[in-house]
Design a protein around this ligand. Structure first.
Ligand code: KIV
Length: 262
């Protein structure tokens, strides 16, 4: 998938959209060879790649560096850059300078968390020719306000607010909305009520597509086991075994052998 028109076509054709996060060149080269539709350079990079406890530590410099690396490995997929904490809140000028940096680094679109206070900026970004993906439900940059990583919009009042915000994001021009950690039935209602596609993470199976964090679905973090996560590989164990094999070969003087020497 190369552009946002195809994103919309997938929803119109009732064809699920697959999105994966990616932060670096070598994994981008692997993702590029898959059938996955789009790539999100998520601000989860702060946690996954840099070991911070929240995404609040992601900043423009960090995100631009990751977008540039991913772009070098992704040839034919939509690359969405995740605007970091407060990078779209301080002023329109600063927001647009940040959007410009993202696009020049190789983003094809930007993602912005939340609706309240962002709608005018989103409209301006879209009117400036830059596709915007929204993000509702658990918005990790607001983790301190939300009081932790927990399922959002469980009661009628908050569910209704989320539905209204989804509509507002669509009206502001978003081409798609991530729905994170909300009840599956609510995600279905939001998806059915919108023209644009929704991409779920921990939001059940009724969204227009799904996104997972690459390292999470590869099983790289044995301590991260939320209910919504399906691990497709035991990456941590496999890599550990490979590293120990190398270590053993070195210790036993089995590496390098004749064929591996000049
Ligand atoms: O930063 C990220 O990885 C995200 C996804 C979880 C949607 O925002």
């Amino acid at each position: 998938m190369k552009n946002i028109n195809e994103f919309q076509k997938y929803k119109n054709d009732n064809k699920p959209i697959s999105v994966i996060t990616c932060y670096d060149y070598w994994s981008a080269k692997i993702v590029n060879e898959t059938d996955i539709d789009a790539v999100l350079v998520g601000d989860s990079a702060a946690m996954v790649m840099h070991g911070y406890g929240t995404t609040v530590n992601a900043d423009m410099q960090m995100m631009v560096y990751h977008i540039e690396a991913v772009k070098k490995g992704i040839k034919n997929k939509l690359v969405i850059g995740d605007m970091p904490f407060l990078s779209f809140r301080k002023s329109l000028i600063e927001t647009m300078n940040n959007v410009e940096q993202f696009m020049k680094a190789g983003s094809d679109a930007v993602k912005i968390e939340g609706a309240n206070g962002n709608l005018e900026y989103i409209k301006h970004i879209v009117d400036s020719g830059v596709p915007v993906m929204g993000h509702l439900g658990l918005t990790p940059q607001s983790v301190h306000q939300l009081g932790g990583y927990k399922v959002q919009a469980k009661d009628k009042i908050t569910a209704d607010k989320l539905k209204i915000n989804a509509k507002k994001l669509e009206e502001a021009g978003c081409f798609s909305i991530v729905l994170e950690l909300i009840p599956a039935e609510l995600a279905k209602e939001v998806t059915d009520g919108l023209t644009i596609p929704t991409i779920g993470i921990g939001a059940g199976k009724f969204t227009s597509g799904q996104v997972l964090v690459l390292q999470d679905m590869l099983g790289m973090n044995i301590e991260f086991n939320p209910k919504f996560l399906r691990k497709y590989l035991n990456g941590f164990e496999l890599i550990k075994v490979a590293l120990n094999s190398f270590n053993n070969d070195v210790k036993n003087k089995n590496f390098p052998n004749i064929d591996e020497s000049f």
